[in-house]
Design a protein around this ligand. Sequence first.
Ligand code: ADP
Ligand code: MG
Length: 707
Amino acid sequence: MPEALVSRITASDPRCAETWDSPVTVVRNVDARRAEALGRLGIHTIGDLLTHYPFRYLDLSAVRPVREAPLGSEATIVGTVADVRVKQPRPRLSVTEIAVADDTGVVVGVWFNQPYIAQRYEVGDRVAMAGTMELDYGLKQMKNPFLERLGAAGTPVVLGRILPVYRTTEGLSTNWLRRIVESAVLEFAHVPDPLPSGLRARRDLPPLKWAVRAIHLPRSSEDIEVARRRLAYQEHFDLQLVVATRRHARLASTTAVAHTVDGARVEALRRALPFPLTDDQERAVSEILADMAAARPMNRLLLGDVGSGKTVVAAFALAAAADTHAQAAMMAPTEVLAEQYTRALGPLLEKAGVPWALLTGSTPRAERSRILAQAASGELAVVFGTHALIQRDVRFSRLTLVVVDEQHRFGVEQRLGLRGKGGAVTPDLLVMTATPIPRSLALTLYGDLDASYLTTRPGSRGPGHVVTRIVPRTGRADAYERVRSAVRAGRQAYVICALVEESDSAEARAATREAHRLQTSVFPDLRVGLLTGRMRPAEKRAVMEDFRAGKIDVLVSTTVVEVGVDVPNATVMIVENGERYGLAQLHQLRGRIGRGEHPGEFLVFADPRTEEGRRRMQAIAETSDGFALAEADLRLRGEGDIAGVRQSGLPPFKIASFAGQEDLLALAREDARASVDADPTLASPEHALLRARLRALQTGRTVVDSG
Ligand code: ADP
Ligand code: MG
């Protein structure tokens, strides 16, 4: 860090901490009218102004001769004003043109509807002009460039400086905003740093006040990077501090059972497995068992791409509960999925000596009574099920583990509902999700959960196992031909129907129509089946059974197959209206094919009308890694769009990002946790400012206020 700059910063003014919450009108030259304009940018306080970070910079320290400035890129030139004129080509359009010449050539700066600019400059003025160099009818020009008069001496104050460029609004010129921010920085940026100095030293972070100053008034591009990192770290740290505090409160206030994790059933399960676990699975199992062995409640998220083998990992947790003479409940969002658990895990659990049952909305009454009795007596060690598990009359004698799959489909209340059945002890919680949430977001949204990742797929089916193609309108016939040839080879196919915004029933109607159309006019010789979310569970089950048994060649479905259908013989999937789906959803759908030995084809009918849509389609075609896709999704949509972030109640980022800052986030998380673990109430003197900041964060005050 540039030491000279640091030492130039004056000692902190006791007034300062308070002033970050003061209205912007305390800044010199900000009158009511301008304060109103600033308000439109969301700037109301000094803190808002100081955190209105530049979105780019003009580097006046790298001046180029006109002739050498490359077209299409940003350049700064220094020269003399050779001509100033304002044209009025149409009644409501004025064009200001200022020609600037140096020894090598001429560039014309062009501004629209800003005639006042012409009044500020005269022929002969020495100026610096910065913008994107373009060629227009043979003339070099810059549209809306930044223009600034240089001092008489020719070596002006401004030269050698990097000028910040801010998002602005009508009635606020860039120049004016720049000056206002500069005044505010000089007068109010001397905030004390909330981070303990030891922590800052360890992470090589400059003081906050240095960063606030450097982001707005950088001396070099290195300054900008250092400042950006410091400020982004602070935002990540703020979030993680809130999260760490919540986590600590949870751990401190509850007791859980310390499970036996090396018992006979866990061992028997391991022996019963028909395959060795992958390294990722091994790691996840040991992380989960270590949590379960502790007397504090586990809160763990098991993240794994579709087909990564989460289910069998969960089985180890179930077996550990049984070894502890306790009980586990495993809840799925659909009956189809709950049944799939029992198919996958039932036989293994039986071999391991773990008694289990399945409880869903369609469990016959008599069987249900028996299951309830056995759950209440403790006879059953594991109960699989759907929402039916949450019902009031479902009781356990000693529930110490809750496994929830596809957790984004359950509300918090439902999760808590099931967990609440543990009575005085808090059951350990394992949440599994196949939605590849980017790690960075997972750490924040589920920040008080620990995370285990399954990043590899068992079996050696490489990424080329499923080929993805975006199919234009003209490619339909070919795509149907792919289905036909797959069926000829003994395989099966899905056709996923238009995702319709309006309603389930509209979606079901669309699928029904499509199934009819395909059966009558496209595949009259094949067996076409239909599955929609509107069908009764028994009907759905029958259709799934027929598909699994090979009695259906082409299954037309709404997105109900998205979750947990496992038919290895299905190798082709067509998705209608692909552009309407999010990347995560498409990826989930894709995970349903190529599950067996035969390679798969994922054919997305799409007609994207927006640039974002086109990029999304490109991403799904090029990327088979779910986590990479999730990161891409994040970048394409921007984090503001991510529901979880908006609902988290935490302040939005101004400079930090969930995309591309995983390392910084991980550091901030580790540090926030360490601070809270070492000093839960942040009572030590070195944490005094941190404590105040946390209070501010929790009560929704200005984040930046270090007061
Ligand atoms: P997920 O729930 O993560 O989508 P599953 O648990 O359903 O994945 O597993 C997908 C398939 O892979 C299942 O058929 C499962 O039996 C199989 N499987 C899981 N782990 C392994 C492994 N280590 N080796 C081979 N096959 C595995
Ligand atoms: Mg699964």
